[in-house]
Design a binder for this molecule. Structure first.
Ligand code: ATP
Ligand code: CA
Length: 872
């Protein structure tokens, strides 16, 4: 059989579609059914049952179950049953949380999945790559990922990076020509494109011949390692801490067990208690709390237009101290309108452009031809710089499609932001001509003639000075300026970038791109939060500085520079240079990487935006690479940690706020769990030192730790976000979550909980009634920890403010927990199961009272800690 590369594009289309027409709706559906989704099959997903069983995986829980069953055989069947029930309920709770977290992460993944442009019903539409099917015509632009394998049908300077498949790191130049040979290796099939590679330059289109596992990458996909979700730095940190803590707790429980035996207690009971204490006190849930809080937090962020592609980055957001942002579209609206024309040595308001004036009409027509944008009934497709140009034409009565039909494009050099130029070839009145547009400073070096009216003459120094002066004038007003030029060429010439010399000047077009309304406030917020905003743009320095001044990024012109100036600097020099600069203009992607690195070397966490295909390395180098969801290339999105669905600078700042909040909530949740556990251990320790009876039965500890404590812990993770996180400085990047301050807090708060618990025990035990003592201790410990949830909401005293009641989950967890513990001690039927006795109303209120004391005491501790901190 003939291979696709041995056929023409048409033959291929005929072969896969049975016709030369693009697929119809029905054919698309039929093909999707026949070939399945365009996806690489990933490793098997865990079932809910597997997740449930994993909850029991913990070694200690298994020991506990064995101990409980053993003690059941020795007579205490009720304890056994209750312990099993409590553990099962805990496992169900864990399963529900895990499944929910996984679902929300999966939906996040879907949101940030790759997209492709295909021809459907005669127009180009953007669809998820997974919906591309065999026979589709896919359109390619620089920066697009190739979503499937296929035969090229159209090719304009198309270059493709196929390194993922062939290892060849240089871009491969593609053609549509037939290849006659047989058995051509992958890398030499120049008329084919393959899934997994991406376009580095130019444009093209291809007909899809293979999707999903039938593609060349699909065939090697089974060889590729599936990357499992990496743990975040915080999780690694917590896992290590958890391990150390577990060892300490196990040693403690071992000693306790020894003491009990020494005292002559029942070995079985003592063992069960020691294991239960270990299970209860070891915080094995720490790293899963992080996952849960992150998954809910990222969902909130997605609603606020920031999609996190890497979970690890959420923590990093809180440490960001530098945000490097694009100008066009991110700080500005990217809604351009033409303000001014400059030709024949004078400037003309856009509204006054005269289509009958030879120079003005030449400029207008050139601007519509050397242009890839479209405006179909108000729907703009393409670069706003270019839509602005055709919109002006339409307003002046020239239909862009009619103009393009009259002077069809014969050849082209696509725009790229390194060259800052674009050229197309057309025939005007029988004369083949190349039209070039681009940055004024670049074009000025390429022009040697000027056209005034219908006359062409050599360009003088005065002409150049006049053009440059006009450019400065526009730029100072914050306008974006493009220059236009042309050159007569030979009929058969296929354009290359080497042709863009010896041009004839036609004129300038100045466009307005107003700053976004929210940019100024966001810049201010950054500064308040200890974050330095920096503008990095491809645009002209004067334009960039004018806009930067308007939104508060720049105070003085001296803080603006051109990217080229850093070419001459060594890395050390650059490090000393960057603090003085707030605006980098005419920047190339290589400059971006160096600027990021310089700031990182100075100990900063850097967020950097990027949209182009060449920005991917800078996005990867930055701690938080930020891609543009609307205008960004697929390659840049793939390299980024975060994608903005509204391309807005203010969204980055909002994401930082969310990141800081999420981190704070994780910390609160951990503080809650650890201080409560510590309180319980202190109570047990006190009893064993003073030779009092053990204050709790095993089921008490399990009840608290596995049931009533888990809900407030999650609720604290879902605390409403507070804007005051933006009043703090960025968190130092390698600061461990377990700072001395944090451990001190856990220690003192645990002490307060432990003391109140033991007071309750002693009150109940007064008359030697062990059961009453342990009932009161159990009920107090349980309630105290529920109250303590409110203490953990904030570092500052919040309890006497309205914020105390703003978390409905926490209130719900509190009410439910108090109701449960009250039922346990007040319903006689539950007593033998839970090893408690009925409390009198007075005793019950003693319990509540002692538990509640933890609020004023701990709030006072906070106030003292804050005061001490201030004095320092
Ligand atoms: N479509 C185009 N055709 C020709 N020249 C262009 C085109 N778009 C931009 N330019 C020129 O190239 C320069 C760089 O453009 P580029 O897209 O890299 O950055 P930008 O959009 O101006 O700024 P930012 O980097 O902030 O998004 C522009 O200042 C302009 O002079
Ligand atoms: Ca840009």
């Amino acid at each position: 059989m003939k291979q696709y590369y041995q056929m023409t594009g048409e033959e291929t289309l005929q072969a896969v579609n049975g016709s030369l027409e693009p697929l119809t709706e029905e054919e698309v559906r039929a093909h999707q059914e026949k070939y399945g989704p365009n996806e690489l099959v990933e490793g098997k997903k865990k079932t809910v049952l597997q997740i449930f069983l994993e909850q029991y995986k913990d070694f200690l829980v298994i020991i506990l179950i064995i101990a409980a069953i053993a003690s059941g055989f020795m007579g205490d069947v009720e304890s056994t049953v209750v312990i099993l029930i409590v553990i099962t309920m805990n496992a169900i709770l864990g399963t529900v949380q895990t499944v929910k977290a996984e679902q929300s992460l999966a939906s996040l993944k879907k949101l940030s999945g790759p997209e492709a442009k295909v021809l459907r019903n005669g127009s180009v539409v953007q669809i998820p790559s997974s919906e591309v099917t065999v026979g589709d015509i896919v359109m390619l632009d620089a920066g697009d990922y190739i979503p499937a394998d296929g035969r090229l049908t159209e090719c304009a300077s198309l270059k493709v990076d196929e390194s993922a498949l062939t290892g060849e790191s240089l871009g491969v130049e593609k053609t549509t020509d037939i290849i006659a040979e047989e058995e051509v290796p992958l890398g030499d099939r120049l008329n084919m494109v393959y899934s997994g590679s991406f376009v580095t330059y130019g444009r093209g289109a291809f007909v899809v011949t293979g999707i999903g596992m039938d593609t060349e990458v699909g065939k090697i996909a089974s060889l590729l390692k599936t990357t499992s979700e990496k743990k975040t730095p915080l999780q690694v940190n917590l896992d290590q801490f958890g391990q150390k803590l577990s060892i300490l707790i196990l040693i403690f429980c071992g000693i306790l067990f020894g003491i009990s035996i020494f005292r002559g207690d029942n070995i079985g009971d003592a063992f069960l208690f020691a294991v239960a204490l270990a299970v209860a006190a070891i915080p094995e849930a720490l790293s899963s709390i992080v996952t849960i809080v992150l998954s809910f937090g990222t969902q909130k962020m997605a609603k606020e237009h920031a999609i996190m592609r890497k979970l690890q980055a959420v923590e990093g957001l809180g440490s960001v101290s530098i945000i490097c942002s694009d100008k066009t579209g991110t700080l500005t609206q990217n809604k351009m309108t033409v303000e001014d024309y400059y030709t024949d040595g004078r400037s003309i308001l856009a509204a006054d452009v005269d289509v009958n004036d030879p120079s003005q009409s030449r400029l207008l027509i050139s601007s519509m031809l050397c242009n890839d944008s479209k405006n179909t009934d108000g729907v703009e497709i393409g670069d706003p710089t270019e839509t602005a140009l055709i919109n002006l034409g339409s307003r002046l009565g020239l239909d862009p499609e009619a103009v393009r039909a009259k002077y069809p494009r014969e050849s082209e050099n696509p725009f790229d932001s390194d060259r800052k130029l674009m050229s197309t070839k057309h025939t005007f009145d029988g004369i083949p001509t190349m039209v070039t547009k681009g940055a004024v400073d670049v074009l000025l070096t390429r022009m040697d003639k000027i056209r005034i009216g219908d006359e062409v003459r050599p360009m003088t120094e005065e002409d150049k000075a006049a053009i440059e002066a006009q450019n400065q004038k526009y730029s100072r007003e914050g306008l974006r300026v493009l220059a236009f030029a042309y050159k007569e060429v030979s009929d058969e010439l296929e354009l290359t970038v080497d042709d863009e010399y010896n041009l004839t000047f036609i004129g300038l077009i100045a466009m307005m791109d107003p700053p976004r309304e929210e940019s100024k406030a966001a810049v201010e917020e950054c500064k308040k939060a200890g974050i330095r905003p920096i503008m990095i743009t491809g645009d002209h320095k004067v334009t960039a500085a004018a806009i930067a001044k308007r939104i508060g990024i720049l105070k003085d012109e001296s803080e603006a520079c051109e990217g080229a100036i850093i070419d001459k600097m060594s890395d050390e020099e650059l490090r000393d240079f960057v603090p003085g600069i707030s605006v980098y203009a005419r920047v190339s992607p290589e400059h971006k990487i160096r600027i990021v690195r310089a700031w990182q070397d100075k100990g900063n966490i850097v967020a950097m935006t990027g949209d182009g295909v060449n920005d991917a390395p800078a996005l990867k180098q930055a701690d938080i690479g930020v891609a543009m969801g609307i205008t960004g290339s697929e390659v840049s999105k793939d390299a980024a940690a975060m994608v903005l669905t509204d391309d807005n600078f203010a969204t980055i700042v909002k994401a930082v706020e969310n990141g800081r909040n999420i981190y704070r909530h994780i910390k609160a949740s951990i503080q809650f769990l650890l201080s409560g556990n510590f309180g319980a251990i202190l109570a047990v320790l006190y009893a064993s030192i003073t030779a009092l009876p053990v204050p709790f039965a095993p089921v008490h500890l399990l009840f608290i730790n596995l049931l009533t404590d888990s809900l407030p812990a999650i609720a604290l993770g879902l605390e409403p976000h507070s804007p005051d996180v933006m009043e703090e400085k960025p968190r130092p990047m390698n600061e461990s979550i377990l700072t001395k301050d944090f451990l001190l807090k856990i220690g003192t708060e645990g002490l307060s909980i432990g003391v109140t618990t033991m007071i309750a025990f002693l009150i109940g035990y007064q008359g030697g009634n062990e059961l009453l003592g342990s009932t009161m201790a159990f009920a107090t410990l349980c309630s105290a920890r529920l109250f303590h949830g409110f203490n953990c909401k904030d570092d500052k005293p919040v309890v006497f403010t309205r914020r105390v009641i703003n978390n409905k989950f926490l209130i719900g967890a509190f009410v439910l927990g108090i109701a449960l513990i009250t039922c346990v001690v007040m319903i006689p039927g539950l007593h033998s199961i839970f090893k408690v006795q009925t409390l009198t109303v007075a005793q019950l209120f003693t319990v509540y009272g002692l538990a509640a004391v933890n609020i004023p005491v701990i709030q006072l501790l906070k106030a003292i800690r804050l005061a001490l901190k201030k004095r320092k």
